[in-house]
Design a protein around this ligand. Structure first.
Ligand SMILES: *[C@@H]1O[C@H](CO)[C@@H](O)[C@H](O)[C@H]1NC(C)=O
Ligand SMILES: *[C@@H]1O[C@H](CO)[C@@H](O)[C@H](O)[C@H]1NC(C)=O
Ligand SMILES: *[C@@H]1O[C@H](CO)[C@@H](O)[C@H](O)[C@H]1NC(C)=O
Ligand SMILES: *[C@@H]1O[C@H](CO)[C@@H](O)[C@H](O)[C@H]1NC(C)=O
Ligand SMILES: *[C@@H]1O[C@H](CO)[C@@H](O)[C@H](O)[C@H]1NC(C)=O
Ligand SMILES: *[C@@H]1O[C@H](CO)[C@@H](O)[C@H](O)[C@H]1NC(C)=O
Length: 216
């Protein structure tokens, strides 16, 4: 009897315990599911937000544009000119060129492929290579170039030169350059871009100064 009496409560407690366990084990399962779906929602939101952020960043940072280039100042040296027996104009032009690079990457000039020319009307009277230069990301940088102008004979093709030299103001001088380069972004992306310089100016033969410098 005492033996039996002992068995029953034991069995009861065992059952009790088991049913307790079974009852309590359903609760954490539900909580766990709720928590994991919340985590999934947060991860999804984070991924979506990150994608939108990356897209906006990419739209801004990967919008490559040609840098702007212009002559900011120009002076002359060793100016010599004559009108007879034919029109002739010799000088050294020293120009300060400024490149404004708005890209999120360095603009690097390609070797031997960028030339700055000086023209009278449509006749080239001097040129020089622009080499070994690059402009940092989102910077405006400046370089000095020197062009030897030698205009003999060829100038007489243009009927205006003689009268312009006689007037003391040579108006039809242009400087044109195509700066061929690459924008390097994030070390892996390279994009070809050409910056075009197209400026007009006048040369005052008396003062040997450049007037009316205008860049497009
Ligand atoms: C310009 O230079 C050329 C070649 O160096 C020379 O033949 C010419 O006489 C020069 N003209 C003037 C006006 O000095
Ligand atoms: C650039 O030109 C110079 C001289 O004209 C030459 O020595 C050099 O090999 C050229 N470089 C390239 C990459 O063409
Ligand atoms: C330069 O212009 C003149 C007249 O404006 C024209 O006769 C000549 O062919 C042109 N030369 C070049 C190289 O374009
Ligand atoms: C000469 O100058 C005139 C007026 O400035 C211009 O209309 C004409 O096109 C010029 N001629 C040449 C050959 O450049
Ligand atoms: C350079 O600018 C002049 C006017 O200032 C224009 O007539 C000419 O077509 C331009 N040249 C180029 C190659 O854009
Ligand atoms: C050229 O320079 C001289 C001397 O500085 C000046 O007297 C003259 O007015 C200038 N000419 C023009 C067209 O600006």
């Amino acid at each position: 009897m005492p033996e039996e009496n002992q068995v029953i409560p034991l069995a009861l407690t065992q059952i009790h315990h088991r049913s307790d366990e079974a009852f309590s084990s359903t609760k954490p399962k539900n909580l766990h599911q709720k928590r994991s779906s919340k985590i999934f929602f947060y991860i999804l939101t984070a991924i979506v937000l990150q994608s939108v952020g990356l897209l906006i960043f990419a739209l801004i940072a990967l919008r490559f544009e040609s840098p702007q280039v212009k002559i900011t100042s120009v002076s002359t040296k060793n100016l010599r000119y004559s009108t007879s027996p034919w029109p002739s104009l010799n000088m050294t032009l020293i120009a300060q060129i400024t490149v404004d690079n708005k890209n999120f990457g360095r603009f690097k000039l390609k070797k031997n492929s960028s030339k700055a020319s000086v023209l009278y009307g449509n006749i080239t009277i001097g040129d020089t290579l622009i080499n070994g230069w690059s402009v940092r990301a989102r910077k405006r940088e400046s370089v000095k170039i020197t062009v030897q102008v030698r205009a003999n004979g060829g100038l007489s093709e243009n009927m205006n030169i003689s009268s312009e030299v006689k007037s003391g103001l040579v108006k039809m001088i242009r400087s044109y350059a195509e700066l061929r380069g690459e924008v390097h972004a994030f070390k892996i992306i390279k994009k070809h871009k050409t910056a075009i310089m197209n400026c007009t100016m006048s040369l005052n033969l008396t003062s040997q100064a450049i007037h009316n410098l205008l860049c497009k």
